[in-house]
Design a protein around this ligand. Structure first.
Ligand code: CA
Length: 312
């Protein structure tokens, strides 16, 4: 059985202090986090499975505190291309792209988002519905379960402990000064950028008037970056912070048909977006070139039992 946030023992003790304390010790040498994840959640974390690679070459690793394996990369164009070729899905209408007049629907598509991409760039400009259809197609193709991560699974993947709040909206932004790379702003460690955000490189392009960038920051990519262009986090996951926003399964709050987005993107400069606990959301049909997605694989032991016979 999965523990709820309210049942988590360390949250009950002193939630405010726990969150503040963890702000400063997320990943690097984060013995406390390891203790929390390994201790309070070990009971419902299935035995860690070895990394696996699927039929599209997508690699998956286990994430402590969850029952799933995460794709180490955001879904690539080459993955989405196979889905479109196989299903004929038309995922090209109404895409918002970045223009000198901000976000406009001017005919961009995931194949032509308004800037150059290779097959190893993350697919962008796809809706939550497109992402769900991709997961369903891949599940059927391989006979196992793929889906989007839940909001809480995504938090475990980025290194957050169980958070206070019953909805993604209630949990959003509560971990102050906590970022996916474990340090403080700007996103630089040992003098090198650690993620694809909006830096000086973006301002040197046809950046919209009024759009800002992170002060004192520059990375090599003024739009999207090929997946795994920066170092992975301690779990082996790339680009959890920056590059493209990632769709999650959940509604931002019950009954509001806005789906959760996590991780920020190449267009983001604000702490309030880049913070590891920040949630953004939009309607499931919206397509925007700052948004992509990442899949999780549900190991067979955690899927619903098979009810069919034993014949192959
Ligand atoms: Ca950038």
């Amino acid at each position: 059985m999965r523990l709820t946030v309210a049942q988590s023992p360390f949250v009950r003790k002193s939630p405010a202090m726990s969150i503040r304390f963890l702000n400063r010790c997320l990943w690097p040498g984060s013995g406390l986090l390891g203790l929390l994840l390994g201790g309070s959640l070990a009971a419902e974390t299935p035995k860690e499975l070895p990394p696996t690679t699927n039929s599209l070459g997508m690699k998956f690793v286990s994430v402590p505190g969850t029952a799933v394996q995460f794709s180490v990369w955001e879904t690539r164009r080459q993955d989405f291309q196979k889905f479109v070729e196989d299903t004929g899905r038309v995922a090209t209408n109404g895409v918002y792209s970045l223009t000198t007049n901000r976000w406009q629907q001017v005919g961009a598509t995931w194949q032509n988002p308004g800037f150059p991409q290779t097959d190893r760039h993350p697919v962008c400009g796809v809706s939550w519905e497109d992402a769900k259809a991709f997961c369903d197609w891949l599940s059927k193709k391989e006979g196992r379960t793929y889906r989007l991560p839940t909001d809480e699974e995504w938090s475990r993947a980025v290194g957050l402990p169980p958070e206070i709040g019953l909805t993604p909206k209630a949990r959003s932004g509560k971990a102050e000064e906590t970022y996916p790379w474990g340090g403080l702003m700007p996103p630089v460690v040992n003098g090198l950028p650690v993620g694809n955000y909006a830096g000086a490189e973006a301002a040197e392009t046809d950046w919209p008037a009024g759009f800002r960038v992170i002060e004192g920051f520059r990375d090599p990519f003024d739009r999207t970056a090929p997946v795994a262009s920066f170092d992975p986090n301690p779990l082996g996951l790339y680009d959890l912070g920056g590059n493209v926003w990632e769709w999650c399964e959940d509604e931002i709050e019950p009954g509001k048909d806005y789906r959760v987005l996590r991780g920020a993107s190449w267009v983001d400069n604000l702490d309030a977006m880049i913070n590891a606990s920040s949630r953004h959301s939009t309607k499931p049909g919206v397509r925007n070139v700052a948004v992509g997605f990442r899949c999780v694989l549900v190991p067979a032991a955690n899927s619903k039992p098979q009810t069919s016979g034993n014949s192959p």
